[in-house]
Design a protein around this ligand. Structure first.
Ligand SMILES: [Zn+2]
Length: 237
């Protein structure tokens, strides 16, 4: 250890500011970050990245003809792993979004199924909600995925919200679809700019796929000009 602020400082810092595993609440050891070794071994990975016609793809195909889709883990309300996404969205932990995205991006790169992707596009938050949160969690996830896929550009100007949608938690699948249909539009200037750079294959990134209605609504305005794939951290079974 060169500079002398490695394990010793880490141990002292843990003593002063005990850190907890986001999943199980247990104390983190030196060298562990956000998630303990035990929980890390037990992540309910989907393995969709290695799987043609996986459940995420079949879910989106009901709404939109995307190329491929991947999610990092099954998003279950029990078991604690949903807390990872919860911390990114509501716990002021945007850096955790980047790390989760990076983990997914590396798995997608290793699978060989996503080699044609040229840029990553986060699903935008409504500007008011973004202002309140201070960041868009999908942008953090997108930047992690883009890094994992070998350093692709993250394009934030291509998609925007055309109106603020109501909160979706109480709605049925069909109601959700109607609530978000037409909620997004593509910025034509940005689309032209990407086309002039030869970018035709893009990946739309979001935090969690539930019914698939939101991400499909985001994909729709891009279908004419691009071949679109989709990635999320959580996948609700
Ligand atoms: Zn844990």
């Amino acid at each position: 250890m060169k500079c002398g602020v490695g394990p010793a400082w880490g141990a002292l810092s843990d003593l002063l500011f005990p850190r907890e595993c986001v999943v199980c609440g247990g104390k983190l050891d030196v060298g562990e970050d956000s998630i303990c070794g035990t929980c890390l071994l037990d992540v309910p990975y989907t393995r969709f990245w290695d799987w043609d016609e996986n459940p995420a793809e079949r879910r989106i195909w009901r709404y939109a003809g995307i190329e491929s889709a991947a999610s990092l883990f099954f998003y279950r309300y029990e078991g604690g792993y949903a807390s990872l996404v919860h911390q990114v969205k509501y716990g002021g932990r945007p850096e955790l979004g980047h790390r989760l995205g990076l983990s997914l991006g590396r798995k997608m790169a290793a699978s060989g199924r996503f080699c044609s992707i040229q840029a990553v596009v986060p699903v935008p938050l409504h500007p008011l909600r973004r202002l309140r949160r201070g960041y868009n969690q999908a942008e953090k996830i997108a930047s992690g995925i883009a890094e994992g896929l070998g350093g692709l550009p993250v394009v934030t100007g291509l998609l925007r919200r055309s109106r603020n949608t109501h909160t979706q938690t109480q709605l049925s699948g069909e109601e959700k679809r109607r609530n978000v249909a037409g909620a997004f539009e593509a910025d034509l200037e940005s689309a032209r700019h990407l086309a002039s750079r030869g970018i035709r294959n893009i990946l739309v990134a979001d935090d969690v796929m539930t019914s698939g209605a939101t991400i499909s609504a985001a994909v729709h305005p891009l279908m004419e000009a691009f071949r679109v794939s989709v990635a999320t951290i959580g996948f609700v079974e």
